[in-house]
Design a protein around this ligand. Sequence first.
Ligand code: GLN
Length: 452
Amino acid sequence: QPVDLVDELASSIEARNSEVGAYLSYDIDAAREAAAQADTSLPLGGIPIGIKDNINVLGETCTCGSRYLEKGYRSPYEATVIQRLRAAGAIPFGRLNLDEFAMGSATENSALGKTTNPHDPSRIPGGSSGGSAAAVAADMAFATLGSDTGGSIRQPASHCGVVGLKPSYGRVSRYGLVAFASSLDQIGPLTRTVDDAALMLQAIAGHDKADSTSLDAPVPDYSAEIDQGVAGMKLGLPKEYFGEGIDPEVRKRVDESVKRLEEAGADIVEISLPHTEYAVATYYIIAPAEASSNLSRFDGIRYGHRNRETDDLLDLYKLSREEGFGPEVKRRILLGTYVLSSGYYDAYYGRAQKVRTLIRQDFEKAFEQVDAILSPVAPSPARKLGENSEDPLQEYLSDIYTIAANLAGICAISVPAGTVASDTGTQLPVGLQVLGPHLGEASLLRVAKAAE
Ligand code: GLN
């Protein structure tokens, strides 16, 4: 019964949220009330779904992990994915922690609270959807929604040992997701199983006229083929994803998963994605460029924080932004403004767009040869809290395996691939990434299920 599900969640949250810090807020009573009226004949009937705090749910906070929106902002409307979850019978539940405006890979850039890895409290959950991944891993949610601009669903899923799916660009409406980098952002599910990811995608996918970049393409039945296995499928291993920089233990887990897929009948071939080495640089030009433009709406007037000491308009803009944004957000705005400035536009932004096309073409060529691509999700297991705080570049480099999928607009999923022992004896999860062609989610899920 739905009410029992809510009570089950309530007791796990009670037991673990103070340590894990996945939820910024939640309302058990409201969820219980919604559960009492749930229509259990619907696909997600009566199931509470945790929501990353950058997706608008009518009447709730949408802090984006930022001081800027912490107080004084309540969503006056509802994201399309939330409307669709409700139509499928689900109960949007709670607000999950994230890196400020989804900028980061550890959830340490949240201004509103710390989230730790449920498998080891001295370590990061990954990010930016760290709250969404940790909640599922700590049994504080059956499934959650996250957003993925450069890996923010897949990488925390990998670090927390859950399934995380980034749909193809345009597959899921972005309406109501607070924009980070609009040409890269996608909303997707974090779940306990691949089957659940298929159910969640089914509920949220499809055209939406409120998002001009959402595609008007039919949505297949994602569960129909999911159990068909990988016999006869061709799966590619990109040689650039297995070179230096990958932790040998992570590599072992990924190799073992590949071996299992081979034993299940897949044909494993080596492929090349030659422009991989430019992906991080390209992403860290394009994403901040778009972010600096998207975040210009935070002007001290329209949303959230406002400095009330000044009576000068320009100072109002400056002080509100100075006080409201954290250091990583400011860094991205500076980077983005720089690469878009007239003197540097061609050298950086224009050039990055060209390289982005080459990266996309690498994948198009690869998918003429193979049905899906297999790779690690992150070069190492979850690191210790606080480790990269002085070294943003090091942190950016850890996104190497996930960002290309966003630049290319293709779909990708992280599936648990075992664990690696840490030096303190904890077991740290590692994920296998499966990448599929644009709108190829059905066969992507099939490979992921076989790898599970
Ligand atoms: N870690 C990447 C970044 O900091 C990706 C974040 C994301 O996917 N939202 O930009």
